[in-house]
Design a protein around this ligand. Structure first.
Ligand code: ZN
Length: 297
């Protein structure tokens, strides 16, 4: 990956300013000047130390995590009760969720952010997920409003339909565009963790982007949210929550393996194992398609 330059490891905020775009021919790469957007959206959280004891190893669908941090509930974030104990992530991911939830609560006070699965304490296979194996994936509920438009906390994830609403029993819940936009911005402007993507189904993504436009968000910020929420394998099924994936922390590489896309805000150099991981993934996908084709015959 010639053309990528490692950035300073001591000043994460400024890392975002000076990161270079990979010299790849991919037309999906945004212009380098987009990188300067991060400070403009108003970073308020104090940066955490870049060196963290947690280690994300391998790729999200074939990896594990060491010295993971447990996500715990706070005044702004509630961890869903579940039997699987999948509440562990890298220090960067857990810090990201706490910072983002706190920032949304400051800007738009209301119910807490509901977090679902992260990874198991040591990572590895976590059914029913294909990824969530190395502490860099988290499922978080959308913020919701009730029929009167008042923010409301749901006891679990709620599937939302094309009209932006869904139900648990008699209670109706709808997509809270204002707070979900604030969440997307908080995640993508984080001073420490670098978000690779937010999986969300296209009709809810449209509501999110429309809210950014309605608020007159800077074009660069809109573009960043557009790129991070662009259609990706698995986006369609995300009708009740965002799936947040972060890139490998600089101090976890090269054992931690990032796969494309490498957005303009990607810091440093992808691990040497990245190309092999992508090829392996392509082989697996081809095998899955072949099996499906054989069954269809
Ligand atoms: Zn997920």
């Amino acid at each position: 990956m010639a053309g990528l330059r490692a950035v300073g490891t001591t000043l994460p905020i400024f890392g975002a300013l000076f990161a270079l775009v990979p010299a790849s021919p991919s037309s999906a790469q945004p212009a380098p000047e987009l990188i300067a957007v991060t400070p403009a959206v108003g970073l308020t959280a104090a940066p955490e130390p870049v060196e963290s004891p947690s280690r994300s190893i391998g790729s999200p669908d074939r990896g594990r995590v060491r010295d993971a941090v447990e996500l715990t509930s706070t005044a702004h974030l509630v961890v869903r009760e579940g039997p699987r104990g999948a509440r562990f992530g890298t220090a960067e991911l857990v810090g990201l969720l706490h910072r983002a939830a706190a920032r949304v609560a400051t800007e738009h006070p209301g119910p807490r952010l509901l977090a679902g699965d992260l990874s198991a304490e040591n990572g590895g296979r976590l059914r029913p997920h294909r990824s969530h194996r190395n502490g860099r994936d988290a499922d978080v509920s959308f913020y919701l409003v009730d029929e009167a438009g008042q923010p409301i906390e749901a006891p679990r994830f709620v599937n939302l339909r094309r009209n932006g609403c869904g139900r648990i029993g008699e209670q109706r819940y709808c997509f809270d565009a204002t707070r979900n936009w604030a969440l997307a911005v908080a995640l993508l402007a984080d001073p420490v963790a670098r978000v690779q993507y937010l999986l969300v189904t296209s009709y809810l993504r449209n509501r999110l982007l429309a809210e950014g436009e309605r608020q007159g968000a800077p074009a660069e910020l809109l573009e960043r949210v557009r790129l991070a929420t662009a259609n990706h394998a698995g986006s369609r099924s995300h009708r009740s929550h965002f799936h947040v994936r972060i890139y490998c922390a600089l101090d976890d590489r090269p054992e931690c393996v990032d796969e494309p896309p490498y957005h303009a805000w990607y810091e440093g150099t992808p691990s040497p194992g990245a190309a092999a991981a992508v090829q392996r993934r392509a082989r697996t996908n081809r095998a899955i398609r072949r099996r499906a084709a054989r069954r269809a015959r």
